[in-house]
Design a binder for this molecule. Structure first.
Ligand code: AMP
Ligand code: ZN
Length: 469
């Protein structure tokens, strides 16, 4: 299995530190608003990476934080005459609601900054003690010149960096170098604060991930991930903090997803060109949003548009219809086995080989979806031609396995019962009786009644199949 590692800018064979186990950290959102579909991309993409690693038999420990201390959250709280805690609680719950809708598995741990203060203060102190940080008037800065490898992830040269400032790094006269970043900032009137050896205050943004990653996964982890905007400065700074403390490699593989764009511009809250997952979910089901995100390679930009969402909906519908037809076929098939079963099963295993080849190549979900479409075609053809129940069950098992790696076609949804199921099935039975008695007028009237209820029926060799439009 190959992963594109941002650190080396190469696809590398994935070898975890400990055989059979993967330690993975994904930077989570700052919780001051509903998540937009851009924020949903790392959620869905890295959840799929996790699911595929699990499919391959790895035991994955997955950590994703919530940034619940931040200027934007405080601003929002002031606007709403609320508290930072109330705002973050609300949006953590909303983010989890959307993540559940998108069928993103809960992380092994979802740490929050406000609950990790002692460890944050401890790591900042360690950086000061080791000569990598300095304090000035209640502010603690990381000394970027003290870490010779600074810039190794973003491939930036420190001297060039000193010339240009980043939006996430505040300009400050007390800094030794303009690239130095804040580890601890002093309390401002009316803002939440915590006591520390440098006075009351709160941590800067980058230190939280170094601390949480170490606490829940250890000093060296296998995969660290996030959107590509995090490469610099956030992930560069995380490396500087963690490696300066431990003297060890912080993360062995770095994965970054490309942007979701609107008219080729990055979708962002600050640019105002964003669509929240919640508002999109009013028009398209959550599973369509997930399917849309997986329709492109995770490192490529993905343009969000109504047309592409519609195409994803149609594609998913095709997959769903095949699943329903197959289920119906199996329930009514009376031919247990056939002479060509072994041949069919070999063909079915071929779809797994194709799917895995795509996913092994740096998680090419677009090609993995193509393998599922080919399986769909195989299912449709074989239902028509009449394969055995044994072969049909093998196809169903494979289909479910591949769909569950991508997190599409959740079983809960399939099990959800139509509230009018009894009425529909009794009408279908009456229609069958009418047809048997050659009373076609009644049979047609029942078909019309069902159509008026939004039910489409399909006569198959295994009986009548019905769908709600
Ligand atoms: P934030 O709340 O801005 O820190 O973002 C949370 C996560 O969403 C980070 O991993 C970001 O890199 C990612 N992200 C933000 N905007 C986009 C976008 N337009 N496309 C893809 N990922 C994004
Ligand atoms: Zn982070």
């Amino acid at each position: 299995m190959k992963i594109y590692n941002t650190l080396t800018r190469k696809k590398e064979e994935f070898v975890p530190m400990e055989p059979g186990k993967v330690k993975m950290y994904v930077c989570g959102p700052t919780v001051y608003n509903y998540i937009h579909i851009g924020n949903a991309r790392p959620y869905v993409v890295f959840d799929t990476v996790r699911r595929y690693l699990e499919h391959k038999g790895y035991e994955v420990t997955y950590v994703q934080n919530f940034t619940d201390v931040d200027d934007k959250i405080i601003k929002r709280a002031n606007e709403e005459h609320s508290s930072m805690q109330a705002v973050s609680e609300k949006y953590i719950a909303e983010a989890l609601h959307d993540a559940d809708g998108l069928n993103v598995k809960r992380a092994t741990v979802h740490p929050r900054v406000t609950q990790e203060m002692p460890e944050i203060i401890e790591m900042i102190q360690e950086l000061i003690d080791k000569g990598h940080a300095y304090e000035d008037n209640g502010t603690v800065y990381y000394d970027t010149k003290s870490f010779p490898e600074y810039g190794k992830l973003s491939k930036k040269n420190l001297d060039e960096l000193i010339a240009g400032a980043s939006e996430r790094v505040e300009a400050d006269a007390a800094k030794k170098n303009s690239t130095d970043f804040v580890l601890w900032k002093p309390k401002k009137e009316g803002e939440p604060s915590w006591p520390s050896p440098w006075g009351d205050g709160r941590p800067g943004w980058h230190i939280e991930c170094s601390v949480m990653s170490k606490k829940y996964l250890g000093e060296t982890i296998d995969i660290h991930a996030g959107g590509e905007d995090l490469i610099f400065p956030h992930h560069e700074n995380e490396i500087a903090q963690s490696e300066a403390c431990s003297g060890k490699i912080f993360s062995r593989y770095w994965m970054h997803n490309g942007f979701i764009t609107v008219d080729n511009e990055k979708m962002s809250k600050s640019a105002g060109n964003f669509f929240t997952v919640r508002e999109i979910s009013e028009k398209f089901p959550y599973e369509v949003i997930r399917f849309f995100i997986l329709s492109g390679h995770y490192r490529m930009p993905l343009n969000f548009s109504d047309t592409l969402m519609q195409a994803s909906q149609n594609g998913l519908e095709r997959i769903k219809t095949a699943a329903q037809s197959l289920e119906h076929y199996i329930a009514n098939c009376t031919t247990e086995t056939k002479a060509d079963d072994a041949e069919k099963e070999a063909e079915i295993n071929g779809f797994l080989t194709k799917f895995e080849a795509a996913m092994d190549d740096d998680f090419n979900t677009a090609d993995a979806i193509t393998a599922i479409y080919e399986l769909v075609k195989f299912i449709n053809v074989n239902i028509t031609e009449g394969f055995s129940k044994k072969a049909a069950l093998a196809a169903q098992k494979m289909f479910n396995e591949l769909c569950s790696v991508l997190g599409i076609l959740q079983s809960e949804e399939k099990e959800e019962e139509d509230p009018e199921k009894e009425k529909i099935e009794s009408l279908i039975a009456k229609r069958a009786e009418a047809k048997k008695a050659k009373d076609f007028a009644t049979a047609d009237a029942i078909r019309d009644e069902l159509a008026a209820m939004g039910i489409t029926i399909k006569d198959t060799r295994q009986g009548v199949q019905w769908f709600r439009a």
